[in-house]
Design a protein around this ligand. Structure first.
Ligand SMILES: [Fe+2]
Ligand SMILES: [Fe+2]
Ligand SMILES: [Fe+2]
Ligand SMILES: [Fe+2]
Length: 403
């Protein structure tokens, strides 16, 4: 089996866009929240003397700190408007978020960073941890998250900076440790700190400050890491709870049918696991809408594969995976979305992914209908094949193998 050099920095940056979308929808924070929390955390970590491995880990955990929000949101159908604000106020997302990243290749032995990101220095957090018993990296992310939720870092007014600095000092000894509050005072003195946090600068500033971490990994482990994200994607809506995992499984079954190599199969499954990562940018009000979508809403849904490409394209080694994942709504007739790619740009695996995505979606429940049977699903797929959208031979193979 081949290994691949997995560039975790590029992977995280790619996915941070999608994860930030969830938090900005649910909590109303401005875009780039995760990246700003990561940047502030890195500056504090550096000032606190944390080493390279720890600083990589703190950036990773900061980007992923609220990855459990979507799942917790789903488990609380009783909560209505503003429910995410309330979900953020409950400890489940900390446990879920920690569990989701358990297979992530962190560099330092530090653990439970995400789990304890809501602890307060004085013991008033979710789990009642207090003082130095709270892992330092969790304290740092906690401070960064707290200030970014409360203030708009985009606001260039110097008075805004002073208010943020004053707030941190005010919480010295209660929410934050006195040492950390002092470090924040120190790192926030420079104009560059505030400029780095602007939307136009944050990505470059974050990349510059994050220690690089690339690991030789077999594709089986890459898939494991990506599955954590597919769980986050699937839990965005209760109608897609098994969508990516089901699609991944079906791609595996078809890969065996076609006698694909072990590595090709794993890469195809990785593409399936991440194919709808762009859906994290679509509001639940649209994804879960029980009735017919308006033209505007449909157009918004169709944007998701554009963002899938945006997330995956920057990852070295993911070139073909990006194509298989992001082209699943392209058509052989050349009028699919979002790129209207011609059939010549769609290879066998991309065509397979498209057929299986339709199959998977039709057999799942939707807000407006129940999941369809194999027979009815194939009738619909046959119609699309007749109009030239899908590869007929693949459709025949899927009909037999999935029956
Ligand atoms: Fe949180
Ligand atoms: Fe947050
Ligand atoms: Fe899709
Ligand atoms: Fe899909």
């Amino acid at each position: 089996m081949r290994a691949m050099l997995f560039d975790l920095n590029r992977f995280l940056i790619g996915l941070s866009y999608a994860i930030d979308c969830v938090e900005s929808e649910l909590l109303g924070v401005t875009t780039n929240h995760g990246k700003r929390v990561a940047y502030i955390s890195l500056r504090l970590a550096q000032a606190a003397g944390l080493d390279d491995a720890e600083r990589f880990d703190i950036a990773a955990c900061a980007i992923l700190h609220d990855n459990g929000l979507a799942q917790e949101n789903l488990s609380r159908p009783d909560l209505q408007q503003n429910r995410l604000r309330q979900v953020e106020d409950m400890p489940d997302h900390c446990d879920i978020g920690e569990a989701n990243v358990s297979c992530f290749p962190f560099r330092s032995p530090a653990r439970d960073i995400i789990k304890f990101h809501h602890e307060h220095w004085n013991g008033a957090g979710f789990f009642g941890m207090r003082g130095d018993a709270i892992p330092l990296m969790a304290q740092i992310i906690g401070l960064a998250d707290f200030v970014d939720l409360k203030f708009r870092f985009e606001n260039p007014d110097p008075g805004n900076r002073e208010r943020i600095q004053a707030f941190v000092q005010e919480k010295r000894g209660s929410a934050f440790s006195p040492d950390l509050a002092a470090l924040f005072e120190e790192v926030s003195q420079s104009t560059g700190f505030w400029l780095d946090l602007r939307n136009h600068n944050i990505q470059q500033a974050l990349s510059r400050r994050t220690p690089h971490h690339a690991v030789e990994m077999p594709w089986s482990q890459v898939l494991e890491v990506c599955r954590a994200f597919s769980r986050i994607i699937d839990s965005k809506s209760r109608f897609t709870l098994r969508h990516s995992s089901g699609l991944e499984e079906k791609n595996g079954v078809m890969a065996t049918h076609y006698g694909m190599s072990a590595d090709d199969t794993l890469m195809l499954r990785t593409a399936a696991a991440l194919h709808d990562v762009g859906k994290l940018s679509i509001p639940n009000a649209i994804l879960d809408k029980p009735g017919k979508l308006t033209d505007l809403e449909r157009a918004r849904v169709q944007e998701h594969t554009y963002y899938t490409r945006q997330c995956l394209e920057p990852i070295p080694g993911f070139e073909v995976i990006t194509e298989w994942a992001a082209n699943h709504h392209e058509k052989l007739t050349g009028d699919g979305y979002p790129l209207r790619l011609p059939a010549t740009a769609l290879d066998f695996n991309a065509r397979l992914m498209t057929v299986l995505d339709i199959y998977q979606a039709l057999t799942e429940d939707r807000p407006y209908r129940e999941g369809l049977t194999h027979t009815v699903t194939m009738e619909i797929i046959d119609r699309l094949t007749k109009s030239g959208e899908l590869e007929p031979q693949i459709v025949e193979d899927v009909r037999r193998v999935m029956a």
